[in-house]
Design a protein around this ligand. Structure first.
Ligand SMILES: [Zn+2]
Length: 410
């Protein structure tokens, strides 16, 4: 069967735009939205009004349109990006209702919406998570290469949108959220609220795994020896997704012994506390000792420290690969040696940026499978705070206590 590029593009575009949206065009809108009985009139939201200052404000819940959904928020994880926003380094997104790792219960469904983004029926009472919003119609990346929509300059997610006069409920650090037209969203009823809060960061590591796998001559399989550098929430999920994917021989690298213990529970076979070594050369010797004298096949760089990127090359064998997934903000520069580090080793180097909406189902299956094989991923949530203690939630994150901090909408 011959399938044209246009047909493939259309299929990918439909998956990204959401089967619900596609379905919408063929369904006659009904007169009224489908509502559950407990809809409130107002919603409290934690508004970042200026850098380092939240105010809990109460907004009226506006009427939703026929292609919108009203969600009663349950909980939302605090991301490193939220903390950067809070400190205004580098984003200056104020005023803004933050929170993009959230989940909640559908309260009201616009009459034109029948299904979620993979064709599952949606109704009041369903538990959902959201992924990317549609980019502007002028975005050429999304138009001609929708499988790479994550590279659009116009990338949008809830929780990172500026407050608008008529649209306050744009993020999950609030009691209610409105899902607007063109959003991708998924019904995930059969999952605990904790796991649902981890779907968004899980999508980040699923995307990184796919990026590494895109280097076809350098597979990730049962025999692959991998170093994961950095054991924050994303690094720990990275270890879990590699393990769930069948990769053994995972070496975790961090300077925090508590995090290294958690790394073991996520599937790391060996842990290295870099603070116990005199420098990268000594660490490289240790890694060689664990990898038949050759170094690791793959390294995943999951810190925001530029020098850590430069160091990682020294832990990788000739013909190996590096996936950079730690620098979500510009942390500065580092010096590498193009001859020794890249050329002479024939290193496959890939960057990984956010995720695409169609990777959410992968993230869902990864988390479920991880728990089933005994990786306690939901235990990565170490702290929970109510909405009016959002400041403390951010401070705990800033102090790097625990792993994943969650804000509950109560
Ligand atoms: Zn995030």
């Amino acid at each position: 069967m011959n399938v044209s590029k246009e047909q493939i593009d259309r299929i990918v575009r439909d998956v990204i735009a959401g089967v619900g949206a596609q379905n919408k065009a063929t369904q006659a809108p009904q007169a009224a939205a489908v509502t559950s009985s407990s809809a409130a009139k107002t919603a409290r939201a934690a508004v970042l009004v200026e850098p380092r200052k939240f105010e809990i404000k109460e907004f009226p819940i506006r009427e939703i349109g026929e292609d919108e959904i009203l969600v009663k928020v349950e909980a939302c994880g605090v991301c490193g990006t939220d903390v950067h926003c809070y400190k205004s380094d580098p984003f200056g997104l104020t005023p803004n209702v933050l929170g993009h790792e959230g989940t909640g219960e559908v309260v009201k469904v616009g009459s034109a919406i029948k299904m979620d983004s993979v064709g599952k029926a949606v109704k009041p009472g369903d538990k959902i998570v959201t992924s990317l919003l549609e980019t502007s119609p002028d975005c050429l990346v999304a138009k001609y290469n929708p499988a790479k929509a994550n590279l659009s300059d116009d990338l949008k997610v809830y929780g990172l949108l500026l407050d608008e006069p008529d649209n306050h409920l744009n993020g999950y650090f609030a009691e209610y959220m409105i899902i607007r037209p063109g959003s991708s969203f998924f019904v995930v009823n059969d999952m605990s609220v904790d796991l649902r809060c981890l779907i968004e960061p899980a999508a980040v590591v699923c995307h990184a795994l796919e990026r590494a796998k895109s280097c076809g001559n350098n597979p990730l399989n049962f025999r692959t020896r991998v170093v994961v550098q950095g054991c924050g929430p994303i690094g720990l999920l990275m270890i879990a997704v590699l393990r769930t994917h069948g990769v053994n021989n995972i070496i975790a690298l961090d300077g925090n012994p508590d995090r290294l213990e958690i790394a073991r529970s996520m599937g790391a076979d060996e842990v290295i506390n870099y603070k116990e070594y005199s420098g990268i050369d000594e660490i490289a010797e240790k890694v060689k000792g664990l990898t038949k004298g050759l170094g690791a096949h793959w390294g995943f760089q999951v810190t925001g420290v530029p020098a850590a990127h430069a160091n990682l090359y020294k832990l990788i064998r000739r013909g190996g690969g590096i996936c950079e997934v730690g620098h979500f903000v510009d942390g500065g520069e580092c010096a590498i040696n193009p001859h020794r580090d890249i050329c002479a080793k024939e290193i496959s180097l890939v960057g990984s940026w956010v995720y695409n909406s169609f990777e959410y189902p992968n993230a869902y299956h990864f988390l479920q499978r991880a728990e089933r094989i005994g990786l306690p991923v939901s235990s990565l949530i170490t702290h929970k705070f109510p909405l009016d203690q959002i400041d403390e939630a951010i401070q705990v994150n800033l102090r790097q206590e625990g792993i994943k901090v969650v804000v509950e909408a109560k």
